[in-house]
Design a protein around this ligand. Structure first.
Ligand code: GLC
Length: 426
């Protein structure tokens, strides 16, 4: 009797697993670490739950700090300890060279679909011939503006930073005089963290001041155009941007803009559906454009951002974890995330998908901004990228907060990067 019961239990377990189509005999619980900026966690959860239901497994979500810099520190701790607690890691586009050796080569799982993703991101995620992360979503810095306020004050979306500065000041002053004393001209990400590196790279690059370290490993940051770019940005603090911007990440900027208290905001695409959401004070009042050029001879520059999914080498369920990653990065899931969350697909054909373009028109209108986005020097500096970025954002933060002059700060930065690079070899 007893035996028969356990046999039937066994049969139903196998049968159950077969029915779910997972091709695995045991249901498992996986852990995935997801970002929690804006709607990230919610979208990760619905996607992971759909996979769990389909395959008869379970997924735990591990929420991470909003600052990419704090998130990296947490991952480094977990991975250095060889912890098996997290099976799937959401990693930043600048981390493959830093964390890659802790991750599984996903090439065998991705062989039929990898060609559908942007080649540059696949290349970025390939370290020593291994595909250490699957592209999940990409992004680039954008300029959000208040259509209604620009129209009211007879202004156009700015083409250069000087125009942005002038328009922001004019509208800010007029709105304050009319009674909105909380109004600011421009909010962005000025805290000393990775987000400031992204913002400042946009300023520098829009002045044709390079990318801190070039593709060959040469340190280029100490140049007059980069100095001019930082001087411009330093001029915003306490005039068109609150002093508090020096401690803003993405979500603090969005908070100010979305409650109706800023004319312009620099942010990533995720802010769009939230600004347009039912709880937003600025619904239907928002326009999105490319960031301004450095000057008449400058260019529109947006930093390339984005997130990937990796499977930990220390996972006890690597096959299943890879299956979850392939599900979450699939065209179907990327389409859902694009339409409802404005997460830019990494699958090129989705930029021609009518449903996607209808939901997020700027995916089409600003397509060039996304495909020509400026990469941070993470490939060439490899495992040292975070140290490079850390030196850069600290140098910039010193200038923005008035503690140092751009000229001195960039000269010092050049010296410390030279020391770090061992003569450009990195
Ligand atoms: C966004 C980008 C990411 C970048 C981060 C900085 O999340 O996608 O690449 O590092 O912002 O705050």
């Amino acid at each position: 009797m007893k035996n028969r019961k356990s046999v039937s239990l066994f049969v139903s377990m196998v049968f159950g697993a077969a029915l779910t189509g997972a091709g695995v005999a045991h249901a498992a619980t996986l852990s995935i670490s997801c970002g929690a900026v804006g709607q990230e966690l919610e979208f990760c959860k619905t996607g992971a739950e759909a996979w769990a239901k389909k395959t008869g497994n379970q997924v735990n979500l591990i929420s991470t700090p909003n600052s990419a810099t704090e998130r990296l520190a947490l991952y480094q701790q977990l991975l250095a300890a060889g912890a098996s607690d997290v099976d799937v890691f959401q990693i930043d586009v600048v981390w493959p060279g830093i964390l890659g050796n802790h991750f599984l080569d996903l090439a065998p799982y991705a062989k039929d679909v990898v060609k559908n993703h942007f080649a540059a991101i696949v290349q970025n995620n390939t370290v020593d011939g291994k595909l250490v992360a699957m592209p999940w979503f990409t992004d680039a810095g954008l300029l959000y503006y208040r259509k209604d306020l620009l129209a009211k004050h007879g202004a156009q979306p700015p083409q250069t930073w000087q125009e942005l500065t002038d328009t922001a000041k004019k509208i800010q002053d007029a709105e304050r005089a009319a009674g909105n004393d909380k109004m600011w001209g421009f909010v962005w990400q000025g805290r000393a963290y990775e987000g400031l590196t992204c913002n400042a790279l946009e300023w520098v690059s829009s002045y044709n001041g390079g990318t801190i370290v070039d593709d060959k490993g040469k340190i280029t940051i100490n140049n007059p155009k980069a100095i001019a770019a930082l001087d411009t940005a330093a001029g915003w603090v306490k005039t068109i941007s609150p002093e508090g911007v020096l401690n803003y990440t993405e979500e603090e900027s969005r908070g100010v803009f979305q409650s109706g208290n800023a004319v312009f905001m620099r942010n990533w695409p995720y802010a769009w559906p939230l600004a347009q959401g039912p709880e937003s004070a600025i619904k239907d009042k928002v326009g999105v454009s490319a960031l301004p050029r450095g000057g008449a001879d400058g260019r529109h520059a947006a930093t390339l951002g984005g997130w990937q999914l990796s499977v930990s080498k220390y996972s006890k369920n690597k096959e299943l974890a890879a299956d979850l990653v392939m599900y979450l990065t699939s065209a179907e899931e990327q389409k859902r995330r694009a339409i409802h969350g404005a997460y830019n697909p990494t699958i090129e054909s989705l930029y021609k998908d009518a449903d996607v373009l209808k939901a997020v028109p700027f995916f089409g209108e600003l397509y060039d901004t996304f495909v020509n986005a400026v990469a941070r020097p993470s490939t060439v500096t490899g495992a040292k990228y975070n140290q490079v970025s850390n030196e850069f954002w600290n140098a910039v933060h010193g200038v923005l907060s008035g503690r140092a002059k751009a000229q001195d700060s960039l000269a010092q930065l050049e010296t410390s990067l030279k020391r770090m690079s061992r003569g450009g070899k990195w």
